[in-house]
Design a protein around this ligand. Structure first.
Ligand code: MG
Length: 321
């Protein structure tokens, strides 16, 4: 009954989370306690980064275990020149499909200019041909994998509005290339995107107690073509950036089309997030796809244990359809 105990512990923290990250009242604890413990019957999504190298110690076995937990839709990480991690991408696809899993999405960054630069940080116009070439190859590969989304997860350097405008042009170009390959391009945030950058004019006019400027996330949204670029909101990093994921979903219902369902560690345990409000808004906005994500487990237990507990949380949550 440890799952049940953990679940109740999470449920009590959820109420506190309602004060921090959502406008509506959190579900009363009594209602959560009354929820039946269900078997795995919901189609959950998972960002495979959550498993680190544990995924690869026995890939077919791990994929089968994910299916047993209720994960059906995978978002890939670690794409590089036709491989996912160290595995040929088409072999990965076959193993996933054999396990009953779908490759729905993938996180990919344009590479940097040197081995030290893990991904391209400083966008300048002369980088555009190289970056377009990269997206063309990545889009063609992901079309072969049958993915629906190709998402850029890491933020390039943004010091001012001009940087954000130039990056918007790069995102639009990536969006066009992906669209031609039959994929939807998008951008995934961390916490840095909720920092503000300000023009001279905004600084001059600023209220003394208010931070002037615009959040970088809002500039990325404003500087990209809605027909080419969507946004995957990472609800945990949004909160860590000092913003409310619910407000963002309400403000940009047509732009935020995918979610990362994430907490500081196992879902529902930190009290930072009100997942009931987040799922309700997700359904109200018609968002179809979300992926659970887990950073390194803080208590030394395995990532597989952590994502099983995340799956149990969602399987038992009455607000998850
Ligand atoms: Mg994320």
């Amino acid at each position: 009954m440890s799952n049940r105990r953990d679940f109740l512990k999470s449920a009590s923290l959820l109420t506190a989370g309602g004060l921090l990250a959502g406008k509506a009242q959190a579900m009363p604890v009594s209602a959560m306690q009354a929820a039946p413990v269900t078997t795995a019957n919901k189609a959950l999504g998972l960002q495979i980064y959550s498993l680190f190298n544990e995924l690869y110690d026995d890939l077919p076995k791990r994929l089968a275990e994910l299916k047993d937990m209720g994960y059906i839709n995978l978002e890939l990480a670690g794409y590089n020149s036709g491989k996912i991690g160290q595995v040929d991408m088409m072999e990965f696809k076959k193993m996933a499909e054999d396990a009953g899993l779908k490759l729905v999405s993938s996180h990919v960054n344009p590479p940097g200019n040197s081995p030290q630069e893990f991904f391209l940080m400083n966008y300048t116009r002369d980088q555009l041909p190289r970056v377009k070439e990269f997206w063309k190859a990545a889009a063609d590969d992901h079309a072969k994998l049958g993915c629906k989304y190709l998402l850029q997860p890491m933020m390039p350097t943004v010091k001012n509005h001009d940087d954000a405008a130039l990056i918007g042009e790069f995102f639009n170009e990536a969006g066009k290339i992906c669209k031609e390959a039959g994929l939807q391009y998008g951008y995934h945030d961390h916490n840095w995107e909720f920092k503000k950058v300000a023009t001279e004019e905004q600084i001059k006019k600023a209220h003394p107690f208010m931070e002037p400027g615009d959040p970088i996330e809002d500039l990325f949204i404003a500087n990209t073509d809605p027909s080419l670029v969507i946004f995957e909101l990472d609800v945990y990093w949004t909160v860590r950036g000092g913003a409310d994921p619910l407000e963002y979903m309400q403000k940009y219902p047509d732009r935020i089309r995918v979610l990362h369902i994430k907490d500081r560690a196992v879902l529902g345990q930190s009290g930072l997030l009100n997942f009931q409000n987040i799922f309700n808004q997700m359904y109200a906005n018609g968002i179809q796809d979300y992926f659970v994500e887990l950073e390194k487990m803080p208590d030394g237990r395995s990532q597989m244990v952590g994502i099983k507990e995340c799956a149990d949380y969602l399987q038992n949550a009455p607000f998850v359809k």
